[in-house]
Design a protein around this ligand. Sequence first.
Ligand code: M6R
Length: 602
Amino acid sequence: MCGIIGYVGDQDAMETLLIGLDNLEYRGYDSAGVALQNGGGVDLVKREGEVNTLKAAISSLDIQGSSGIGHTRWSTHGEPSDANAHPHTDCSNDVAVVHNGIIDNYNELRVQLTEAGHTFTSDTDTEVIPHLVAEKLSEGKTPKEAFTQTLTALEGSYAIAMVLSGEDTIYAARSGSPLVVGIGDDGYYLASDVPAFLEFTEDVIYLEDGDVAILSETGYETIDVEGNPVSRTVDTVEWSPEGAEKGGFDHYMLKEIHEQPTALERATRGRALTDARMTDGGTAANEIDPELIADVDSVQFIACGTSYHAALYGEQLLADRGIEARTSLASEFVASPPPLREETLVIGVTQSGETADTLEALREAKARGQKTLAITNVIGSTAARECDEAMFIRAGPEIGVAATKTFSSQVTTLAQFAGFLSDDPEDLPAIQSELTTLPDKVQQVLNESEAEELANKYRDAPSYFFVGRGTGHPVALEGALKLKEISYEHAEGFPAGELKHGPLALVTPETPVFAIATGENEDRMQGTIREVAARGAPVVVIGDGSVTFDGATDQLTIPSTSPELSGILANVQLQLLSYHIASLLDRPIDKPRNLAKSVTVE
Ligand code: M6R
């Protein structure tokens, strides 16, 4: 989804902004642009297409400056085009603005501004912002006043950055879309997320909704829209810049699949669990207040996409322990809120902590008086800050649009959470002990997987089906999602038992069926495999090889582990399968069409 980068300081602003835009590419975008303050005006270059197209356009120009803003746009209002790309400016090109989010009242503002003589050059909602600022400047307001008064006229969600002709200052504001300030030795940075400037600084301030930040070469201030100072702490990001680079792999996705042994070790190690409390790393920000779960008798999960599948897996783990749990897609939770008891803990599972649907659902739950917990990868994310408590999955930065290691880390974290809620005091130590063996088992899958051979064998199939039972069901859903999003091939996941109630009509000798034979459902899976094999479909069994399935064509073997964790290993095999099919089909694996890493609009 849209990305923002800003820089003011001693370095060449253009070079810094272009590095930032490269780093933002993973979010998914359709156009990009930059604006630099040049002393006598604002230099603006923007292009539909890739950052490389923008760079080519800039290379023939001589643009220099020490402050500027850049943007990668993912269209919401208006088609992808040069004109609709950000930054947007006022009529005289003195005010340049980039924006993430949606301005709900832009139509009304646009009519008013047009009547006041402003001319618009794009179809975007964003363009009202520079025109509004220019209007206020023409009334004699200072830039700070013009900016903050403009904010009060906007309805909707935004992260905004602005530069003005004549001063090396960046004005920024956040309301509903993430924005983070970076404090470097050679200047100040601004971005929609940390990886954009991680190679320049690890010291960051996560802005909160309602914050305004003003950055100049000599310092920064944080205020509210009324101009009152607000105090924000400087955090140190623990992610390394190398963690956000490809490290010799062809794609981030493959790198992140291979990072899973380390990620799972981090998700388990050092998570101090006692009978009285569950802490996450020992720092205050990571600590779960025992009060939060004191009276909890049931759990409502809220999530989207891959995180939804992880939550379904968590639901199963809780249900196995007799704990009532339900999982809702965040968008559905908002559309049709289910009844909740006071003792129901609402858990938002979200890698980014910024998914708009999930945030809206969590806010709805909070408004109804529920206790809320975020299970997220991003410290300082909106979900982490807005929920009563947060548990961090510690997967490290995930750049590929396709979620891989974060699914495994989410399930690992949820398994520990389930053990913690369990009535059986032996349960949690048993889960933790099994989890400590998991990184080596994932490594074994990575070393020995035959997924690439099977990808070659089945690369031309018209459709792919994934079936599983119990925890194998969310793994089947996730296997299908991964394949469709990065290969663009048709894939569906079903509960194995449902196959005969309809989807079996789609099964032919051309459609491979991937049967996740994990957990304790081998006998029933045998029935499903026979059903499918009888229709001539090739069946690939993902299991530990302890059972020979009649009718299976191929096998993706996983090491044996406890039945409830085996889905994590099966899923790694399916991640590799999807990756290799997409690679053979020459798809843009890290940036699949139409998709964004963090979906910050509803
Ligand atoms: O950041 P979140 O976990 O809240 O994101 C939710 C989904 O958008 C996300 O899991 C998406 O489905 C994956 N990128 C797909 O691989």
